[in-house]
Design a binder for this molecule. Structure first.
Ligand code: ADP
Length: 322
């Protein structure tokens, strides 16, 4: 292994820069040249590929977003478009490609390794949603979680001053982890996630019960993939007379300087990606399970039901918010 490339793709997440830095530094430490592909798969097609040096990743570990930029590139699903990208990788003599992103980005990497067997591919899970199989945590999840906590703590101040119910809509299309972990962390009365069927009448009864026993405010945490905050407020108003306000946290959740957890995770996963490439592995995603680094074939990662929603945390949140 003499030359590799790295790209970030799909939705950005805090800690992607720390992962790129780890890939670049560990590769160079092992006498491997590294190229940065700018704008994800779009840059691969456009040959936006440039050599990275040790200094290229200086002063990046603390920055949110991705200095390599990310882009959605639906055309990359077309085999003939992918061939252009593969031709560019070959032109630069690249033997290994590290893709930092979500499921969709992994699919692009898998296609490359199928269509060009001499190029090894490794995926690093970068998304705030924590929705990738084969790892307990994705890069960016912890930062987003802390951003939500910080925001809700502020909302809580105004909620308790006015004895209000606040409905907080957080990101998470198919995965309720952000709502779950944030809900527990802020003492939410109710967490509404795609993994658990929620009876809104029961939620209303919980809020009503809380008001009757003198609670100053209630927090309902809802994952966007389940229902919008507005829809939740409308449903609740059918059963309980509360002054419910909705806060949609939106893109604020994707930004900011990565937390210590995310920097450590990104650095470890980035380093492990280089280990795999040097061992000749391909078409695998790196991850962490019970604090041990691991890797999983892309095929297994795409099997939908492996990432386990933690029902124990869900139940605990209920028990703690009576
Ligand atoms: P994420 O990686 O966060 O899941 P997307 O699903 O948007 O984000 O995927 C990012 C990019 O990966 C897409 O814009 C496209 O370039 C590429 N991609 C997604 N799905 C495929 C696929 N089935 N085949 C090839 N490339 C894909």
């Amino acid at each position: 292994m003499k030359k590799i490339a790295v790209l970030t793709s799909g939705g950005d997440s805090p800690g992607m820069n720390a992962a790129v830095r780890a890939v670049v530094r560990k590769a160079i430490y092992n006498n491997i040249e590294v190229y940065g592909v700018y704008q994800g798969y779009q840059g691969l097609i456009n040959d936006d590929i440039h050599k990275l040096e040790l200094g290229s990743v200086g002063d990046t570990i603390q920055r949110g977003g991705t200095f390599l930029y990310s882009a959605r590139c639906p055309e990359f699903k077309e085999p003939e478009v992918r061939q252009k990208g593969i031709a560019n990788l070959r032109k630069h003599g690249i033997e290994g490609l590290v893709v930092i992103g979500g499921d969709g980005s992994y699919r692009g990497a898998q296609r490359i390794s199928e269509e060009c067997t001499e190029i090894q591919t490794v995926g690093i899970p970068g998304t705030i949603d924590n929705d990738i199989n084969g790892t307990d945590f994705t890069i960016g999840f912890d930062t987003a979680l802390n951003t939500i906590i910080e925001s809700v703590d502020k909302i809580r101040d105004t909620a308790s001053s006015h004895a209000r119910t606040f409905i907080i809509e957080v990101m998470g299309r198919d995965c309720g982890d952000l709502a779950l972990w944030a809900g527990l962390s802020v003492g939410a009365e109710t967490i509404i996630v795609p993994e658990v069927e929620t009876d809104i009448k029961e939620v209303a009864e919980r809020i009503d019960h809380g008001i009757k026993r003198g609670k100053k405010h209630s927090i309902v945490m809802v994952a966007e993939g389940c229902m919008t905050g507005e829809a939740c407020a409308q449903e609740l108003s059918k059963y309980v007379n509360v002054d419910a306000r909705v806060s949609v946290l939106g893109h604020i959740q994707r930004g900011g300087s990565p937390t210590g957890q995310d920097r450590v995770l990104a650095s470890r996963l980035g380093g492990h990606a280089i280990d795999l490439l040097m061992q000749g592995e391909t078409a695998r995603g790196v991850g962490i399970r019970d604090n041990v680094l691991r890797s999983t074939p892309f095929d297994e990662i795409f099997r939908a039901d492996e990432h386990q929603f933690d029902y124990n945390i869900y139940e605990l949140t209920k028990e703690l918010s009576i």
